[in-house]
Design a binder for this molecule. Structure first.
Ligand SMILES: C[C@@H]1N[C@@H](C(=O)NCc2ccccc2)[C@H](O)[C@@H]1O
Length: 451
C-alpha cells in the first residue's frame, strides 16, 4: 500500500439521493456537438474515415483555419424541445452533452474565451436552451468537458520547461474558472463528465484534480463526477495507486463493455459510453464506412450494463444544422418502442447476484428482493430456460412480462435450480420473463461450489 494523499475523495459506492438517482437512471443519451459537425469528416472534398471530431488532426488543419469554422456555426434546425422529446420517447433518463470538446469551442457564452457560441451567427446560449428543454422533459443533464484544449495557447501535452509549467498553470486556472462558471450558470446539472485527461500534463497534476473535485463538489452538493477526471499524485488515473476508484463511478468503458460474466465490475458504479457507428462521436457525413449498430445490438448492451450495475450512455452526433440523421431518429424510435414495454427491467435495476445464463441477462429491481427479471435474447431450442438461483430460493411463479396472468410451467432441477418453460413466445424482439420468489432472495449469500 502506498500513502496516497490525493486519491479518492468520496467514500464509494455513494448512497446519497443524487447518486441513487444517477444509478436508477441506467440509460442516457450522449450528445457530441461542436464545430466538427460542420465539415462532418470531409475536408476539401476528401472523406477522412477517422472519428469526425478529430478531423482537425486527421486532415492536418491549422488551428486558425479550424477555428474560423466558428463564423459558420448557425444551426438553423436546432430545436431543443424536439431533441428533448425524441430523447424522452427513446426512454433515456439522463443526457450528457459536450460543453467543450478537444477543439476548445464552447457551446455556452463563456466569459473566459471568445471561442464560444456568443461569437457565432447563432449567438444564443445553446447549452442553456438544451438544459432547459431536457429538464422540462424530466431528463437529468450532465456536462461533458474536455480538459484537452487544442485552441487554448497554454495547453501543453507535457511540461518540459519552466515556460510549459507557467503556461499550464494558466490553463489550470482557465479550466477551474470555466467549470465553476458552468455550475454557476446551470445549477440544475447533475454531473460533470471529464475527458481529455490522459496526457502527461494532467498526470503530473494529481493534486490539482483532487482539489478541483473537492471544490466543485463543495460548490454543487450531490455533483456526480466520472473517474476519468482524476489522477492521484503518482499519475495513476481512474483508480489511485492502491487501486481505489476515484470520482464517483468508473468511466473507462468507452466503445467497449466488460465480459458479461464478470462480477468484479458489479462492485462499483460504472458507465459505458457507446457510438452507433464503430467510432464516430461527432457527426460524420458518411455512415457507410463501418457497421452501424442495430437497435437489438444496442438494447442488448443496455441490458448487459444494467445486469452488471452499469449505466449505458448512447451517443448521438447532431449535424452542423442542428438536426439528427435519419438512422439516429429511427434507432431512437425502435429503442423507445422496446423501452415502452420493458423498461421495468432497466430503470432502478441492477445486478441480481446470479450467474449469467446463455438465454440472456438477469436484472433485479433495487427495491425488490423477491422478483427477478430475465431479459431473453437467445431462445433455447427446447423452450426451457435454465435458472440457477441462490441456494434455498423457491420460485412462487414465473410469467412473461407481456402476459402476467399466465403462469409458466416450472421444473425443479435441484435446490434453487429450475427450468422455466416458455415454448410459445412469438415476438422477434428481446423479451422479459419475471420470476417471483416465495422467500427473500438472499442476494448476498453465494453458495461456493464444493469442488
Ligand atoms: C468520449 C470520447 N473521447 C474522445 C476520444 O476518443 N479521445 C481519445 C483521443 C484523443 C486524441 C486523439 C485520439 C484519440 C472522443 O472524441 C469522445 O469524446
Amino acid at each position: 500500500e502506498k500513502e496516497v494523499k490525493y486519491g479518492q475523495i468520496t467514500e464509494l459506492p455513494r448512497q446519497d439521493d443524487a447518486m441513487k438517482k444517477w444509478r436508477s437512471n441506467r440509460f442516457g443519451q450522449f450528445i457530441h456537438w461542436g464545430l466538427y459537425a460542420i465539415p462532418g469528416g470531409v475536408w476539401k472534398g476528401k472523406t477522412y474515415e477517422y472519428a469526425a471530431e478529430f478531423l482537425k488532426s486527421s486532415a492536418g488543419i491549422s488551428t486558425a483555419t479550424w477555428d474560423s469554422l466558428q463564423y459558420q456555426f448557425n444551426p438553423i434546425k436546432f430545436n431543443a424541445m424536439a431533441w428533448a422529446k425524441m430523447a424522452k420517447a427513446m426512454g433515456v433518463k439522463y443526457a450528457t452533452i459536450t460543453t467543450k470538446h478537444h477543439e476548445g469551442f464552447c457551446l455556452w457564452p463563456s466569459e473566459y474565451t471568445d471561442f464560444d457560441i456568443e461569437n457565432t451567427p447563432y449567438g444564443k446560449d445553446l447549452l442553456g436552451e438544451f438544459i432547459e428543454a431536457y429538464n422540462a422533459e424530466g431528463i437529468d443533464v450532465s456536462l461533458y468537458y474536455s480538459v484537452l484544449d487544442w485552441h487554448h495557447p497554454d495547453w501543453r501535452y507535457k511540461l518540459n520547461s519552466e515556460e510549459d509549467k507557467e503556461a499550464f498553470e494558466r490553463l489550470k486556472i482557465f479550466t477551474k474558472n470555466q467549470l465553476l462558471e458552468l455550475l454557476d450558470r446551470y445549477p440544475t446539472v447533475k454531473g460533470l463528465w471529464f475527458d481529455g485527461t490522459w496526457d502527461q500534463c494532467w498526470k503530473d497534476n494529481g493534486q490539482f484534480s483532487y482539489e478541483l473535485e473537492k471544490k466543485l463538489k463543495e460548490k454543487h452538493p450531490g455533483l456526480v463526477v466520472n473517474s476519468r477526471m482524476r489522477a492521484d499524485e503518482y499519475g495513476s488515473r481512474h483508480f489511485d495507486s492502491n487501486g481505489v476508484l476515484m470520482g464517483d463511478y468508473e468511466s473507462g468503458y468507452e466503445r467497449r463493455l466488460p465480459n458479461p460474466w464478470d462480477i468484479e465490475v458489479t462492485k462499483n458504479d460504472w458507465e459505458c459510453c457507446m457510438t452507433i457507428p464503430e467510432n464516430q462521436w461527432g457527426y460524420h457525413k458518411d455512415w457507410t464506412l463501418t457497421h452501424i449498430k442495430t437497435a437489438n445490438e444496442l438494447i442488448e448492451m443496455l441490458v448487459q450494463c444494467t445486469s452488471q450495475n452499469g449505466n449505458f450512455l448512447l451517443n448521438f452526433g447532431p449535424t452542423g444544422e442542428g438536426d439528427f440523421r435519419e438512422e439516429e431518429v429511427k434507432l431512437a424510435k425502435e429503442i423507445g418502442d422496446w423501452m415502452d414495454d420493458n423498461s421495468s427491467a432497466i430503470y432502478n435495476c441492477g445486478y441480481a447476484g446470479l450467474k449469467k445464463q446463455g438465454w440472456g441477462y438477469f436484472t433485479q429491481n433495487n427495491d425488490s428482493e423477491t422478483t427477478i427479471n430475465m431479459v431473453v435474447f437467445n431462445k433455447p431450442i427446447n423452450g426451457k430456460y435454465r435458472v440457477k438461483l441462490n441456494k434455498g430460493s423457491v420460485i412462487k411463479k414465473a410469467y412473461l412480462l407481456s402476459k402476467p396472468d399466465k403462469a409458466l410451467d416450472l421444473e425443479e432441477i435441484s435446490n434453487g435450480e429450475y427450468f422455466i418453460e416458455a415454448k410459445k413466445v412469438k415476438t422477434k424482439d428481446p423479451f422479459v420473463i419475471i420470476i417471483e420468489l416465495e422467500n427473500k432472495d438472499s442476494k448476498k449469500f453465494h453458495q461456493k461450489a464444493l469442488t
